[in-house]
Design a protein around this ligand. Structure first.
Ligand code: GLN
Ligand code: ZN
Length: 755
């Protein structure tokens, strides 16, 4: 036995088989049997990958058709009333996606990842009961294939902690009922074999928990770990340290703790407790959140350091978290630069790393091939350190010699100059940037990438789109125009492709929610922008109108937060390199006469750390890098930013410190409630609260928008307000967009005439 442990494995399929069959089923082109069949094949394949890699602890119940939290709601019988007349897959997918009569359950981000889970809905009357056989069936299914799994479950405290109370009752009122259901389940599990490992995921323990929640840990795990002597309970946490919980868990009868030593370095502080309690430690040292090849020497060192406290016999080597958050395999990456590819490890490759590292750590005899792999690992890592692909001396020098880190003029002075320069009065209308990405636009891009059409043909089509887009905005009387972003596939990928230091994969998909996946860029080296990236397009758009054309860029923090980032340099320094690149673009734009420039920070909030103790540091560098990205802007260049959120209460001072002249935000679905915080803190700069929701195809009426605008000016002076939609319009269709924006302009005109 090599004593290694995988917290969980991705399930969407290396060719996104699950995505494809689900979408086929949803569009009624197949029945559920095919979905079940594909699910079975995927589970079998994934178990076998792990078995072949000689993983000792392989999970069952890490599979899900949609989401593990949703599965848990089904398992525990926590079905919201509106779905009560449904059953089986109809019930399941209605909860996830809604149906004709009922809205879907809410979805939200799983901690600081880009994975989204279905939020359980709990009320005072929720009755928990054991309601699914999935857990038992999947275990048996693996057994039949000759694989003895450990069983993954979401811990009771995390499950309730992440649910939302629909009647404002305390969700933890139900803790005993949930534990009762788990007890019943464990009793069933105990009959399956003479020794079974059950893993409870409790990532909530990495947050700053109040004493009330902490006080639940001991009673819950005292009960669960005592259900049956043949069940060994593991409690895993990840993404941060969980020292408060560890200190409690060591005094319960659980068998092992799984801790993250990649993103929770402070877990070292609790090792002493683990040692004294003689618990088993699953040491998460293989990064489940990033794509770089492990450095074997460093991993062994890390494990040795852990084993200075906890004895080797009590250590199992594990992944830092589920591998759900990394892509499947490098096998399909035919176009990736060979050298860069040699620095990477996705889920399948990580299995092999884990297996080999545990073997090495526990002093098992390595065979020739394994010795060779270790040697190659060391070589690849050394090669990476000195590769000319990574290091750009010119950029490193430039960053060292930076003198200006923020705009020289203060907002109060800038805004006077800007108002004179642009001559806008109040309730100025604009949009967030993108206009509908039509099938023609996608086709055009695809053909160009496949070399089926020439650059001239490609650009002619883009120009045609811009012509129409600008003409339309002019015609309906918007004040500040945009070019519509037809040349962009994605707001990060577009810029990444034009800068050094970024690589793109063909198949590195990561599940985001349900059947949806994202394919983040890889930032592998020093970031450099050699040539302008947007100037020609924006200049072209400006040449088509007398009105002001707003330039459109993506900010450094967002580019960073939506990429896999190199692990050989602190994130803030990578962000600084991106900021410098964006800065050059801002300067080129203003020199080309584009004096209003939006730098989107859609993912600014996503980068927030899980622990309060780390928030200040993040805010500091995130703000600094945004400021750096626009530091060259002259007084009469107006900098806009945009964020796709609504909740600003905790971060309002940080947002203000970004010092953008204008920020547009998402507010339509909440009336003027969210705007109040801006008033409360006497927010200085100008604000464009979204006045209609762009996530729905529904066209809001003029009256509705008049009402919304009036609600806004109740809170803030009209001079401080801009009028725009909630976010970009790229996912909408032209007819909806045309009518909605016409209505928006008309609504503004009505309000302006009245006040
Ligand atoms: N300018 C981008 C757009 O309009 C912003 C997108 C976003 O905020 N997610 O599409
Ligand atoms: Zn947005």
């Amino acid at each position: 036995m090599q004593k290694n442990y995988v917290i969980g494995f991705p399930r969407i399929g290396e060719k996104r088989e699950l995505k494809k069959v689900l979408e086929k089923y949803w569009s009624k082109q197949t029945d559920f049997n095919e979905v079940k069949y594909v699910g079975e094949q995927l589970r079998k394949r994934h178990w076998n990958y792990q078995k072949e890699a000689k993983i000792e602890f392989i999970s069952s119940n890490d599979f899900s058709y949609y989401d593990n939290m949703l599965d848990t709601s089904i398992l525990l019988g926590a079905i919201p009333k509106r779905f009560e007349n449904l059953k089986d897959e109809e019930l399941y997918f209605a909860m996830a996606r809604g149906n004709e009569t009922s809205v879907a359950m809410e979805m939200t981000k799983w901690f600081n990842t880009n994975y989204h889970y279905i939020v359980p809905e709990i009320s005072k009357d929720t009755k928990f009961k054991l309601n699914s056989k999935k857990v038992i069936e999947e275990y048996k299914e693996a057994c039949e294939l000759g694989i003895k799994t450990k069983i993954n479950l979401i811990g009771a405290i995390t499950y309730l902690g992440l649910s939302k109370s629909v009647d404002n009752s305390d969700v933890y009122l139900h803790i005993n009922s949930v534990v009762e259901v788990y007890k019943e389940l464990l009793e069933e599990i105990s009959k399956l074999d003479n020794e079974i490992v059950v893993q409870f995921d409790e990532p909530l323990f990495v947050k700053d928990l109040d004493s009330k929640i902490l006080s639940l840990i001991k009673p819950v795990y005292d009960v669960l770990a005592n259900v049956s002597p043949n069940i060994k309970i593991v409690v895993t946490t990840y993404f941060e340290h969980s020292n408060e919980a560890t200190k409690i868990l060591v005094n319960t009868p659980i068998w092992a703790l799984g801790l993250d030593f990649i993103h929770g370095n402070k877990n070292f502080e609790a090792l002493e407790f683990i040692k004294n309690s003689n618990k088993v430690l699953i040491a998460g040292v293989i990064d489940g959140r990033n794509v770089w090849k492990s450095n074997f020497e460093e991993k062994i060192k890390l494990l040795e350091k852990i084993s200075e406290v906890v004895s080797k016999e009590n250590i199992i080597v594990g992944t830092s978290c589920s591998l759900l958050h990394v892509p499947f395999t490098l096998n399909y990456e035919e176009n990736l630069d060979k050298e860069i590819k040699s620095w990477l490890a996705f889920a399948n490759e990580k299995l092999k790393e884990l297996s080999l590292i545990s073997k090495q750590f526990f002093d098992f005899k390595l065979n020739l091939e394994e010795t060779a792999t270790i040697k190659r690992n060391i070589e690849d890592n050394n090669q990476r350190k000195i590769s000319s692909k990574i290091h750009n001396i010119k950029i490193q020098e430039e960053l060292k010699n930076l003198k200006v880190f923020e705009r020289v003029d203060k907002f109060q002075d800038r805004i006077k100059v800007q108002r004179e320069f642009f001559r806008y009065d109040f309730l100025t209308t604009t949009t967030i940037g993108s206009f509908p990405q039509t099938p023609e636009i996608r086709e055009n891009r695809k053909n160009y990438k496949a070399n089926l059409i020439s650059k001239e043909e490609y650009e002619a089509q883009i120009k045609k789109y811009i012509d129409d887009c600008v003409a339309f905005q002019d015609e309906i009387g918007l004040d500040i125009l945009v070019h519509g972003e037809p040349e962009r596939n994605d707001m990060v990928e577009y810029f990444g492709e034009l800068m050094d230091g970024f690589a793109f994969t063909q198949n590195a998909w990561v599940q985001s929610y349900g059947s949806r996946c994202v394919k983040p860029p890889l930032i592998y080296g020093d970031v450099n922008r050699e040539n302008p990236m947007t100037v020609e397009w924006i200049k072209y758009a400006q040449s088509k109108t007398k009105k002001v054309m707003k330039g459109m860029l993506t900010g450094p923090v967002t580019i960073l937060n939506w990429s896999f980032v190199r692990d050989d340099m602190p994130r803030n320094e990578v962000a600084k390199q991106i900021a410098l690149a964006i800065n050059k673009e801002v300067d080129d734009l203003q020199n080309a006469g584009i004096k209003m420039i939006q730098v989107d920070e859609a993912a600014f909030k996503e980068g927030y750390p899980l622990r309060i103790e780390n928030i200040k540091a993040y805010e500091k560098w995130a703000v600094e890098n945004f400021r750096l990205s626009v530091s060259c802007a002259k007084a009469n260049t107006q900098i806009h930013t945009h964020m796709c959120y609504s909740e600003f209460n905790d971060i309002i001072k940080t947002i203000e410190a970004m010092d953008a002249d204008v920020i547009s935000i998402e507010t339509a679905r909440s009336g003027n409630r969210l705007l109040r915080i801006f008033k409360e803190v006497a927010y200085k700069q100008e604000i464009g609260p979204g006045i209609y929701d762009i996530h729905s195809p529904r066209v809001p009426s003029v009256e509705e928008m008049v009402k919304q605008i009036k609600a806004l000016i109740e809170v803030l002076p009209k001079e401080q307000l801009w009028i725009n939609p909630d976010c970009g319009l790229k996912t909408r269709k032209w007819p909806e967009v045309k009518q909605s924006l016409k209505n928006m302009v008309e609504a503004v005109n009505i309000v302006k005439a009245e006040i």
